[in-house]
Design a protein around this ligand. Structure first.
Ligand code: AHN
Ligand code: ZN
Length: 328
């Protein structure tokens, strides 16, 4: 086929994918074809293991819902800190009693691991690790007072970052990396933006390092769903367009443009907002379709391992790895 015609047919195929959030039409072959036609040099990075990330998600879910105040919460905090320490990160646990919207005092723990702390250049990767105490989107109202398993909502982002920590032990990128597992994100209530992201707000207001100002902040939230698509979250696009573009460009280099799309996403109240409010460049990689919203398992009892895809975890991991190790 003539080259121009071929390019045209590829871009038409790509365009056809843009419309339907959640459709699975041939996107993998289109992406593979596009990648083969325009090979871009990839960063020299250790290989991200999707299976390893999956097992880190499984391990968290096995503790039970990580609801603040529960035994599962305390035990998971200890395990997460020991994981970061075991990978060689300088690890601290920031503890705080935070008042929730309903008056409950949450004993929160932000778990912070620093790789190459002597490097003055910093990037921050974060995910929330707590589980929502109420499955208030469950189809059965009897479940609305039960906690969610939090496989996608919480454990997926943490699982990807635990695997990143394993890579960071093998090889340091040019920038120093901090990993933050933030607590008390999911104790919020609809219509009250300030009721969410309590742990992130506390971290930003009480930085464990004086003058802490990473040059980029990347939040992973709900990054394990089957056939997940990541549209461009609107607060990220507005407050951190350069960072968003550089991560999405990394996605293109690793052939993941079908998952990291150019669609306009939601305006999501999430941990990244706290960092944006502090004037930092922060983005949220989150599964949210403009037409259908969050994953249908979101805040239901079905947010368990049966909704987790190693392929999605691997795709997100490869994108973040490529972005991180390509930093100059
Ligand atoms: C709101 O529903 C306003 N924000 C969603 C933030 C969130 C909850 N992420 C995971 N669980
Ligand atoms: Zn949630």
């Amino acid at each position: 086929m003539h080259l121009v015609k071929k390019l045209l047919s590829i871009s038409l195929a790509a365009l056809a994918l843009l419309g339907a959030c959640g459709s699975k039409s041939d996107k993998d072959s289109a992406t593979a074809q596009a990648a083969a036609d325009s090979p871009a040099p990839l960063a020299d990075a250790p290989a991200f293991s999707a299976d390893s990330a999956y097992s880190f998600v499984e391990r968290q879910v096995a503790y039970g819902p990580r609801v603040p105040g529960s035994e599962a919460h305390t035990r998971t905090a200890q395990w997460l800190a020991s994981q970061l320490r075991g990978r060689g990160a300088e690890t601290t646990v920031q503890e705080a009693d935070l008042k929730a919207f309903d008056g409950t005092v949450l004993h929160a723990r932000n778990i912070f691991g620093r790789f190459a702390p002597e490097n003055p250049r910093r990037v921050l990767l974060l995910a929330h690790w707590d589980s929502r105490p109420w499955a208030d989107n469950d189809p059965d109202p009897a479940n609305h007072t039960k906690p969610v398993p939090g496989a996608n909502d919480g454990a997926s982002g943490v699982g990807v970052l635990l695997e990143m920590a394993r890579l960071l032990q093998q090889k340091q990128p040019a920038v120093g990396v901090d990993i933050l597992f933030v607590d008390a994100e999911d104790y919020g209530t609809d219509g009250d933006d300030l009721s969410w992201a309590l742990g992130a707000r506390h971290f930003v207001e009480n930085p464990p390092v004086e003058g802490y100002a990473p040059e980029a902040v990347v939040l992973l939230d709900m990054v394990g769903g089957k056939d997940a698509r990541f549209a461009r979250e609107q607060f990220s696009a507005y407050y951190a367009p350069g960072l968003l573009n550089s991560v999405w460009a990394a996605a293109e280099r690793v052939g993941e443009s079908a998952r990291f799309t150019n669609e306009i996403g939601g305006m999501i109240t999430d941990d990244h907002r706290e960092f944006q409010n502090a004037g930092l460049q922060a983005i949220d990689i989150i599964e949210y379709c403009p037409d259908t919203g969050f994953n249908p398992r979101w805040h239901t009892l079905a947010d368990d391992m049966s909704g987790i895809s190693a392929e999605t975890l691997g795709a997100v991991g490869r994108v973040v790895t490529e972005w991180l190790y390509s930093q100059k």
